[in-house]
Design a protein around this ligand. Sequence first.
Ligand SMILES: Nc1ncnc2c1ncn2[C@@H]1O[C@H](COP(=O)(O)OP(=O)(O)O)[C@@H](O)[C@H]1O
Ligand SMILES: [Mg+2]
Length: 315
Amino acid sequence: MSVVETAPSGASPADAVASLAVEDLHVAFGGNRVLIGVDLNFTPGFNGLIGPNGAGKTTVFNVISGYVRSTQGGVRLHGEDLLHMSRTQRVKSGIGRTFQAPRLILDATVMENTLLGRHHLFRWGHFAELLLLPQQRREETEARQICMEMLDRFGLAEAAHEEAGALSLGSQKLVEVARALVANPTVVLLDEPAAGLGADDVTVLLRGLREIQAERNLCVIIIEHDLQLVTSLCPKISVLHFGEIISEGSPEHVTSDPAVIEAYLGHGFEAEGGGEIHEVEGPLSEHHHIDHVEEEGTLEEVWIDDDGTEQEEPS
Ligand SMILES: Nc1ncnc2c1ncn2[C@@H]1O[C@H](COP(=O)(O)OP(=O)(O)O)[C@@H](O)[C@H]1O
Ligand SMILES: [Mg+2]
């Protein structure tokens, strides 16, 4: 059996059912309204989600993947309602994600971290694992091959047996992408995957993502501050500002939309022919941080448990 896995393809952007549809999301933390009626539709291919820091982008991902509850509205994956599912059920349904700050087990190896992405696919449970039954061993061998192949695509094969904590931040972020992809998602949410990466790692990241997207007809949704990157990668971009979608469409459309220029890009920003973006002078640099890695600590305040039960709302 080949270890090269390909998800069934055949869906096209013209399909009536979007890969992922979110409808009327509302989230508030205390009195702070963070999402105010967000509607988004995503189809296979690369979809960009941009907007200033604090706009609510990560919160959109948290609602989709089950880390934060929207008080109303819906999230549908290939038409199936996700809102009442636990995080693990959503992963099994095909939602993959990475975090703005990588969440790896730092004293486990790169391979072990990547294998975690396969865990929900194991047919043989812990009992078989204890007994080391042949089926279980075959399954593990196959999982390791799939993980190694994925790590290799992201230039990490040689680091497979190193501790994740010994890797640079950029490499750790690539491990997270690999871990998300070995889970066989149909929709993958990437939260600033290029932030903190050197130019070589960005090249490796983009090449790997493009290949896998094409092979599996994946729906990739990417939050990204680097406009050059996002406009060259994503034929469709949605712009979030203070919890509302203010513009949506092609790179040319959103970068020339007065609402986006006013709210996000600043007046010094010009989009020229072919969607090439030239920063003249403007406030984008304020938004162009890679220094909000600490910020994500708030995710400990997860309040949908893995079994789907709600925990106390964070104060
Ligand atoms: N778990 C949380 N608890 C309290 N406030 C939060 C939490 N998550 C996000 N926020 C707040 O919600 C707003 C949007 O955050 P976020 O979705 O992370 O924005 P973005 O990813 O666009 O920078 C910010 O003001 C942030 O401080
Ligand atoms: Mg964010």
